[in-house]
Design a protein around this ligand. Structure first.
Ligand code: FEO
Ligand code: CA
Ligand code: CA
Ligand code: CA
Length: 559
């Protein structure tokens, strides 16, 4: 057994409750789980109370609010525009969230990383695309600068005091990474002539490394600086972007579409070329017994692919091999210029293979998938779960969750078995799965991403599902294996970035793009979170309550 699956199962059975919180903890926490404060809270009284906590399925809702099922409550931790220090504010459209405790003895004090995926110009820079026939001709540098500041990510210290999470304003760790931050490439050959890029953007989902740094993934990078495409003779053409940032900042498209690693201590960042360039939704790492790592990542575009990088050295995201999945035959195909004649014929070297990973994947006949998004590894079985959101071009409107079982449970295996774990559709009560998260008991939580333009529209196939939602598939008890809706998002929004606190008492969750169908800020389609200015604001919420606690303890208590 290559990774710690057997160990995990054995300590699920034998160990004290603290041991089950391993997946999201600092490595340094792992040797001293008894200090986990939740152990002390497992009084008879609490266990008795949790026995009567019931997971109730929430009905679909069109309400412009964050609606929760029974035994849950939320508080807003961070909103777009909130000051994190005297110099910086929280960015727009928060997505991936990750929490690392600063000290193993206090799981209620740590650093939160939050992605900021994209700027909606209507709210961020006051530019209304819908008013122009050729809007890019009317963009100003000042607007672009505002948009560049609103994307990237935030590091902010957060603490739970008297049961409520708050930010520690002006903490020395607090900082922004933006569309203007200088970031080096972790690669020896220059990328489009440079060893560094200016900025990161399109930061959708992400991951955490075993050495406790954050990974933030550049997804729809073509929207800011366009893309370079090649014809059959390898002649390049630049496709313009949607937002027109290249009008004032002519940075190469090749500088975006990477996995970016951020050091929580000082905010230094690097782009990992070895993991390939495409619309990275996420990057999910698992450490092998010898310290090498495997990084899974999906390319969220219709008919694109699933990849994994296997390092050849411990803790390296540079030295190793990138593979792409042939899910029909259960094979990982090496995107390796040295050993693949078909790649040698098309590309001049390995760097070009990595920059044009999508083309390389198609030349190797990798399997086209229906928008692979978030990926999580089942902490109990080691199976890899991948959301396939949808692919209307192929008649798949509701998507599914794909399961990959690597040969002998080894994540560096080159063969696997792929199967559909759960299909979207009215019979299962969900559509368009996106972010995934396993809680500390191994229950699978996921969010939906029905696009704002298709949601709640009569002519579209999404009417029955109503607003985007958060779901859980329990692993134990009478609802085991059933899809249960537990939260409904405000109008036009999607939930993103679910992340459980290491003590299992809080679910951090992003509410992204409420009111994104707005065409006139004076009449927004959502007003959540109901500030006085009436402007909808993407926000991070902390969800607590007996149901979160119970689900995180479900493998430890009678139901
Ligand atoms: Fe940014 Fe694929 O969701
Ligand atoms: Ca997503
Ligand atoms: Ca996830
Ligand atoms: Ca999505």
């Amino acid at each position: 057994m290559q990774y710690d699956r057997r160990k995990f199962i054995s300590f699920l059975g034998k160990a004290g409750i603290g041991m089950i919180f391993m997946p999201h903890l600092l490595a340094s926490c792992r040797s001293d789980q008894k200090s986990n404060p939740i152990v002390k809270k497992l009084s008879k009284e609490l266990l008795e109370r949790l026995k009567y906590v019931v997971l109730k399925n929430l009905n679909p809702s069109i309400e412009d609010d964050l609606v929760l099922t029974e035994n849950l409550e939320y508080s807003i931790l961070l909103k777009w525009g909130d000051s994190i220090s005297d110099t910086d504010t929280f960015g727009f459209n928060n997505d991936f969230i990750c929490f690392i405790p600063l000290n193993k003895d206090n799981l209620k004090d740590g650093l939160l990383w939050v992605n900021h995926e994209y700027a909606d110009p209507l709210f961020v820079s006051g530019f209304n695309f819908s008013q122009y026939e050729a809007p890019l001709n009317y963009r100003t540098k000042d607007q672009i600068d505002k948009e560049m500041y609103s994307v990237g990510g935030t590091i902010v210290r957060v603490k739970e005091v008297n049961g409520k999470w708050t930010i520690v304003k002006n903490d020395l760790h607090n900082r922004r990474i933006t569309g203007k931050t200088k970031i080096k490439f972790n690669w020896d050959t220059p990328i489009a002539g440079m060893h560094y890029a200016i900025g990161t953007h399109s930061n959708c989902s992400g991951g955490i490394t075993p050495w406790n740094t954050f990974l933030t993934c550049e997804e729809n990078y073509q929207d800011q600086y366009g893309e370079t495409v090649y014809d059959e003779h390898n002649n390049a053409t630049r496709i313009p972007s949607e937002y027109g940032w290249e009008r004032f900042y002519d940075y190469p498209p090749e500088h975006y579409g990477w996995v970016v690693e951020v050091d929580p201590k000082d905010g230094t960042a690097q782009k990992h070329v070895a993991l390939g360039r495409f619309s990275h939704e996420c990057c999910t790492l698992i450490e092998l017994e010898d310290g090498r790592v495997v990084a899974y990542s999906g390319d969220d575009k219709s008919d694109e692919h699933l990849y994994k990088f296997v390092s050849s050295e411990p803790q390296s995201l540079k030295n190793g091999t990138l593979y792409v999945a042939d899910t029909l035959n259960g094979k990982w195909l090496a995107l390796d210029w040295d050993i693949q004649p078909v790649l040698k014929k098309r590309f001049k070297d390995q760097t070009e293979v990595l920059i044009r990973a999508r083309e390389a994947a198609k030349l190797l006949m990798a399997t086209e998938l229906n928008r692979p998004e978030d990926i999580e590894i089942d902490p109990v079985t080691g199976s890899v779960f991948i959301s396939l959101t949808n692919n209307s071009g192929k008649g798949d409107y509701h998507g599914s969750i794909l399961k990959i079982e690597e040969l002998n449970g080894r994540h560096d295996s080159l063969t696997f078995v792929a199967s559909t774990y759960m299909a979207g559709g009215e019979e299962n009560g969900f559509s368009c799965p996106d972010n995934l998260a396993f809680d500390h008991s191994g229950n699978l939580w996921f969010t939906s991403d029905i696009s704002g333009s298709a949601m709640n529209k009569e002519e579209k196939p999404y009417m029955a599902f109503k607003n985007n939602s958060l779901f859980v598939i329990p692993r134990f008890g009478e609802d085991a294996g059933k899809v249960m809706r537990v939260a409904s998002a405000p109008r036009d929004a999607e939930f993103t970035g679910p992340w459980f606190s290491p003590d299992g008492e809080t679910l951090f969750l992003s509410v992204q793009h409420p009111g994104d169908q707005t065409t006139d800020v004076a009449h927004p389609t959502s007003k959540w979170p109901f500030d006085e200015d009436g402007i909808p604001k993407p926000s991070v919420v902390a969800i607590k309550g007996d149901l979160i606690l119970k689900m995180n303890l479900l493998n430890q208590i009678e139901t």
